[in-house]
Design a protein around this ligand. Structure first.
Ligand SMILES: *Cc1c(COP(=O)(O)O)cnc(C)c1O
Length: 384
């Protein structure tokens, strides 16, 4: 067995990131400034997008996007039950009502057919999540949005490199929200970003992200003369720091190289686990690009002889960090009590949530790490 615990989702950090952070520290400007502006420009260029607003998390990005979309009390937003809680918490914090539509069991993404049945006169937006980095089926979702006049807010926390039919994830609707949390494909420690299609949305997002202060406030400590600011609405403290953008800038240099590394690890898992009684991820759909953020296997006790939770414990016992993405949202007491959600109403998300195990998938993994993961999975299943 390996000696050191393999931390799930640990990011690869190299000397250039360390140097950039140190240089930012030495520059005397660590708050929101030139590095954040450069990160926004570079990220927008990478995504072929017009406007990028960096914030301090994807949760903040989602919250502000929903507010900027004009969603509030009485409005419904349709999203997936198979996501991180932040996707629905953001809807709740904006005053809206989350409505769930079950996922397609193969893609694990929100099923447009199910979305269609959930649209009411109160529906204002669809919030798809490109789960694990696999593109949602955007053609039917965009058609539904067009037909019913709905805003699309994409949760791209897993989807930095994702593409669908030649277009990049985060550019299908008015808002695309990204995360640079430590386990994500590009990291800034904590961090997020919104791609906005309309300039007026981008401007409003900037104001909302910094206390509701007029846009000059972003430059008020600069060298171009003191600028007064005026508060135009009650905003939030959601701005990204240059210290964070330092990491992001050097990470963006390597986004494609790291994607290729994760693609190779993915292919190795596919090959090495194919003969086991596990359900492996479905093949990547034609004319799409998967971001390879999560590699998840389904542990069905009737086939494996071991429960999912026992599998998690056994993997950890073999010093391999694993994840669960995710227990479906209706499993959580808060949503059950507040919205009356129940897991059996979203059976595909429920079953995935109760069987799924995410194996380590990070550009930091060495070939030996990947071999250790494979050996551990095979060992755990052989013992059961
Ligand atoms: C990580 C994640 C978020 C939240 O991102 P933060 O940057 O940590 O706020 C939102 N949605 C999904 C699907 C995520 O995986």
């Amino acid at each position: 067995m390996r000696e050191k615990f393999l931390v799930f989702g640990s990011p690869r950090i190299t000397e250039d990131e360390i140097e950039e952070v140190v240089s930012c520290l030495r520059s005397g400007w660590i708050g929101t400034g030139p590095r954040v502006a450069e990160f926004e420009r570079r990220f927008a260029a990478y995504k072929d997008a017009e406007h990028a607003v960096a914030v301090n998390s994807c949760t903040a990005a989602l919250h502000l996007s929903i507010l900027a979309a004009g969603i509030g009390p009485g409005d419904e937003v349709i999203t997936t039950p198979l996501t991180f809680c932040a996707s629905v918490n953001a809807i709740i914090h904006a005053g809206g009502t989350p409505v769930l539509a079950d996922v397609d069991p193969r893609s694990m993404n929100i099923d447009p057919k199910s979305v269609k049945t959930k649209i009411t006169s109160r529906t204002k937006a669809i919030l798809p999540v490109h789960f694990a980095g696999r593109a949602c089926d955007m053609d039917p979702l965009c058609a539904l949005a067009d037909e019913h006049g709905l805003t699309i807010i994409e949760d791209c926390a897993h989807a930095i490199e994702t593409e669908y039919h030649g277009r990049k994830a985060g550019c299908f609707g008015d808002f695309g929200c990204f995360s640079f949390y430590v386990t994500k494909n590009v990291i800034t420690g904590e961090g997020g970003l919104i791609l906005a299609r309309k300039p007026e949305h981008a401007a409003r997002l900037k104001v909302l992200a910094l206390h509701g202060m007029s846009s000059d406030a972003w430059n008020r400590f600069g060298d171009s003369g003191y600028k007064h600011y005026l508060v135009t609405e009650a905003g939030f403290k959601y701005n990204m720091m240059d210290l964070q953008a330092s990491l992001g800038l050097r990470q963006l240099d390597k986004v494609e190289a790291y994607w290729r590394r994760r693609e190779a690890i993915w292919a190795r898992y596919m090959d090495a686990l194919a003969d086991l009684p596990l359900t492996l991820p479905a093949p990547v759909e034609a004319d799409t690009r998967h971001a390879y953020h999560l590699y998840s296997v389904m542990v069905d006790e009737t086939r494996t002889g071991i429960s999912r939770d026992a599998f998690l414990t056994a993997m950890t016992g073999r010093k391999i960090g694993v994840g669960v993405h995710y227990l479906s949202l209706p499993e959580h007491p808060y949503y059950q009590e507040r919205f009356g959600w129940s897991p059996q109403d979203y059976p595909h998300a429920r079953d995935i949530g109760r069987q799924t195990v995410s194996l380590p998938l990070s550009a930091k993994l060495t070939d030996e790490d990947v071999d250790d993961v494979i050996t551990a999975v095979r060992g755990v299943l052989a013992k059961s």
